[in-house]
Design a protein around this ligand. Structure first.
Ligand SMILES: NC(=O)c1ccc[n+]([C@@H]2O[C@H](COP(=O)([O-])OP(=O)(O)OC[C@H]3O[C@@H](n4cnc5c(N)ncnc54)[C@H](OP(=O)(O)O)[C@@H]3O)[C@@H](O)[C@H]2O)c1
Length: 270
């Protein structure tokens, strides 16, 4: 793997995030013939993949696990068990993008070393304003993220991945909240637990777009929402009129709930 642009990269799950990763890799000189992507056969996903000119990259999960050097898993946490039976070489680097899935859970599924990343929403990745957290550190994964022009944060405690995940939801949350004092108090409170959150707030204020129509705003937010995920929990809370701090805490709690749900599933299936 002397030349990073020649490594084979698999993307399992080609929804909002998977598409953004694939596009960004290609825009940053990774070769299209070295990118393998998969999805679950939803025709509307195929249409989007086709619009992006990526149909030649579509592959079976089995083949991706056999051929790729690095795999980004960009499926919903609730779908992770569908990958339980995959076999692969010990040199494969598996990188989970799924919110809430801990290293402990991922290791018990894949029986190998696993890395977690958390990325900001698709629009920020496309506009070269994205941020990423990586846990634990890995040089090659960090180089790929940097090549994608993502500002990468070092995370030393896994628990902070949940806080980071809530932080990358801030651009969507800020579009819904008008109470500037409430926002500042909430950010300062969470910043006491993890100071990276303060950096993410500064980043979010810079990247949050302004929209002249409600439809455009909804489209932007919808790409950041994974069904049953953290952004959804935050936006639902804000829509119901709850305080900003409550919404952010609900986002973090959703991350923990996802983790507990999958843990329970694993225990029941033993
Ligand atoms: N959206 C974001 O801004 C964002 C940011 C950071 C992290 N994330 C994380 O990224 C993951 C994906 O989120 P998303 O918003 O992109 O969700 P999404 O739009 O629902 O995309 C999920 C994709 O996974 C595919 N899929 C499901 N099971 C599969 C399998 N067994 N093999 C291959 N593909 C499979 C689905 O295929 P079909 O389309 O055919 O159903 C869909 O394309 C989540 O875990 C989320 O926590 C998302």
């Amino acid at each position: 793997m002397s030349d990073i642009n020649n490594i084979k990269i698999g993307i399992i799950g080609c929804g909002h995030l998977g598409q953004a990763i694939a596009e960004s890799l290609i825009n940053h000189e990774f070769r299209k013939e070295n990118i393998l992507i998969s999805y679950k056969n939803n025709p509307s996903t195929y249409k989007k993949i086709s619009q992006l000119g990526l149909t030649s990259c579509i592959s079976e999960n089995k083949k991706i696990f056999n051929e790729a050097d690095v795999i980004f898993i960009a499926i919903k946490p609730q779908d992770i068990m569908s990958l339980k039976e995959m076999t692969f070489s010990k040199n494969l680097l598996i990188v989970s993008c799924a919110a809430g899935l801990t290293i402990e859970i991922l290791k018990s599924i894949f029986k190998t070393n696993i890395f977690r990343i958390m990325l900001s929403g698709p629009d920020t990745i496309a506009s070269e304003k994205g941020v990423a957290a990586l846990y634990p550190y890995n040089k090659l994964i960090c180089s790929i993220l940097n090549k994608m022009n993502l500002r990468t944060f070092e995370i030393s405690r896994e628990i902070d991945m949940n806080i980071f995940t809530t932080g990358v939801c801030l651009p969507a949350a800020l579009l819904y909240e008008k109470d500037k004092v409430g926002i500042k108090e909430a950010v300062d409170e969470i910043g006491l637990d993890c100071s990276i959150f303060l950096d993410l707030y500064d980043w979010a204020k810079k990247v949050v777009p302004s929209f002249n129509t409600e439809t455009k705003k909804t489209q932007y937010i919808s790409k950041m929402i994974t069904k049953g995920g953290i952004t959804e929990a935050i936006i639902d809370s804000l829509k119901s009129g709850e305080k900003f701090i409550t919404a952010l805490r609900k986002g973090m709690a959703r991350g923990n709930d996802i983790s507990q749900e999958i843990k329970q599933y694993l225990l029941n299936s033993k």
